[in-house]
Design a protein around this ligand. Structure first.
Ligand code: CMC
Length: 392
């Protein structure tokens, strides 16, 4: 078996070439197409960043208008998609619903099966960027038993999502520009992160030539786990369980105890051995949002900051280079905006769709790409002879 490299968890395997996202884990740097994440988060909206990820360049004025209007053409869901939602229990987790609804789109858009055609790939990308917010918002509406709210195309991307989440047939949603800007920033920070588990899943599924909606549904499934995108929901649940600054020590001790499976959620990263640059921006955004909402003394934010401080002074976390990651503060921001914990990972999926579809397009345009097919080190029995049932 000697000629395979054994690399569980792909700790040291580069599975593709990519020109989209660069991470320097030692220094804590993240660039999309060469631009530092800090500059994009400060100056762009999410669709500009999506254009950058998908097409390689930030759009000029005309390209921005064309891209935005192309997205707007696709924000509605096919009328029959509502029936897919209605097949679920009301208490279904939004991620379970999203996996199914996005997967079902493969049946609604078979014209996107032609993955070798750049135009078909482009239409698939537009459809996904436009429709995933509608799917995410409707999965929430279905949970709370309210009617689905149609997209309002004159609104910005984040505002439209908030409108579909919070408007009702009786009452409009009044967008708050500061919250909308903060929400766009959350989306930008989550938009891509090179070959993480869900992006690698999208590439692996796509490497067989599968329909793009099926690929993205697989990416959503991979994202759901608490070690990956599910960490934002798990972090808020953890902070709620800690409840008070006086109990931080108890939970830090549990995280250090190797006989306890508990981990400090929102802490640690496979690639970063330094502060996750997204976490620093998220902490700043937290301040801005809480100030805007008059929640300067938010106990959850105080608890999180104290938890970060204590962990970063503890030898266990220092020696392992475990720092807060993007998920540590994102939940506090979204909670302050009125978004329930169960929607946090769905919003991560909404944002990461930009990265997934860009990576999927890049892969399909690469003529050297082969079907993904890892090998294994076989540890099972050697050849043996079959024994009939009555002799076993
Ligand atoms: N709490 C306590 N100990 C930890 C933590 C944590 N959050 N993270 C890592 N460790 C320890 C781990 O026990 C191990 O210790 P030892 O060397 O004594 O066995 C060491 O640090 C290395 O950990 P690992 O599990 O080998 O590292 P990994 O690269 O396989 O895992 C991770 C990375 C993100 C899955 C992990 O740090 C973790 O489970 N963090 C909590 C979940 C989380 O916040 N995930 C979100 C990641 S960022 C968002 C995204 O892109 O998905």
């Amino acid at each position: 078996y000697g000629y395979f490299t054994y690399d569980p968890g792909f700790m040291s395997t580069a599975a593709c070439n990519s020109a989209i996202t660069f991470i320097d884990g030692e220094e804590g740097l993240l660039y999309y197409r060469g631009y530092p994440i800090e500059q994009l988060a400060e100056n762009c909206d999410f669709l500009e960043v999506s254009h950058l990820l998908l097409h390689g360049e930030l759009p000029d004025h005309n390209q921005r208008e064309a891209f935005t209007s192309a997205i707007r053409q696709h924000t509605m869901l096919h009328d029959q998609m509502a029936d897919v939602f209605r097949g679920f229990r009301r208490d279904a987790h939004p991620m379970a619903v999203m996996i199914a609804v996005i997967g079902a789109m493969a049946a609604f858009y078979p014209d996107n099966n032609d993955v070798n055609n750049p135009e078909s790939r482009q239409v698939a990308a537009m459809r996904l960027l436009a429709k995933v917010p509608t799917v995410a918002a409707w999965s929430y509406k279905y949970n709370v038993g309210q009617p689905f709210i149609q997209p309002k195309n004159k609104l910005g991307y984040a505002e439209n999502f908030m409108h579909m989440m919070f408007a009702t047939p009786c009452e409009d949603y009044e967008p708050n520009p500061i919250l909308a800007k903060a929400f766009e920033r959350i989306l930008i920070l989550h938009a891509d992160h090179e070959q993480n588990a869900s992006t690698s899943t999208v590439r692996l599924v796509g490497s067989s030539g599968a329909n793009p909606f099926a690929c993205i549904a697989a990416g959503i499934a991979s994202l759901w786990g608490p070690s990956h995108g599910g960490a934002n929901e798990a972090t808020l649940n953890m902070l709620e369980e800690i409840g008070d600054i006086s109990r931080i020590g108890e939970f830090i001790n549990r995280a250090k105890d190797k006989t306890d499976s508990f981990r400090l959620m929102g802490f640690g990263h496979r690639v970063y051995r330094n502060m996750d640059p997204r976490a620093s921006i998220m902490r700043k955004t937290c301040h801005e949002v809480l100030n805007e909402l008059g929640l300067h003394d938010d106990p959850m934010f105080k608890l999180a900051m104290q938890l970060e401080k204590i962990a970063l002074e503890d030898d266990y976390f220092v020696s392992r280079k475990l720092y807060p990651n993007v998920d540590f503060y994102s939940g506090i921001v979204m909670r302050a905006m009125g978004i329930p914990n169960s929607m946090f990972t769905a919003i991560f999926a909404l944002a990461r769709t930009a990265g997934w579809i860009s990576q999927w397009s890049e892969m399909n345009a690469d003529t050297e790409q082969k079907i993904g097919r890892p090998r294994q080190l076989y540890l099972g029995p050697e050849r043996r002879e079959f024994v009939p049932l009555h002799q076993r």
